[in-house]
Design a protein around this ligand. Structure first.
Ligand code: SF4
Length: 69
C-alpha cells in the first residue's frame, strides 16, 4: 500500500501522526512528512490515520505491479 497526502488540503491537524506515528511526522505547524511506502505491519494504523484525517487529505493506493523487479 502507498500513501499520498494532498498537502494542499492538509491542515496540520496531526490526527494521522497520532494514529500512525511511525509513518507520519509533523514538523512545525503544517509541514507534514510521511513515508509513502507502507509496510504490511503498518497497514492497519495507516487506514485508521486516513479515516481520522478531518479533511480527507490522505489518499491510499495499492502499487501497480509491473512484474519487473
Ligand atoms: S490528519 Fe490530515 S490534515 Fe492532519 S496532518 Fe494528517 S494529513 Fe494533515
Amino acid at each position: 500500500m502507498q500513501i499520498l497526502v494532498d498537502l494542499a488540503r492538509c491542515q496540520g491537524y496531526a490526527q494521522c501522526v497520532f494514529h500512525a506515528p511511525e509513518m507520519f511526522e509533523l514538523h512545525g505547524e503544517e509541514a507534514l512528512l510521511y513515508h509513502p511506502a507502507v509496510p504490511d505491519e503498518q497497514r492497519e494504523r495507516v487506514l485508521q490515520a486516513a479515516a481520522a484525517c478531518p479533511v480527507q487529505a490522505i489518499l491510499l493506493g495499492e502499487g501497480v505491479s509491473s512484474g519487473a523487479r
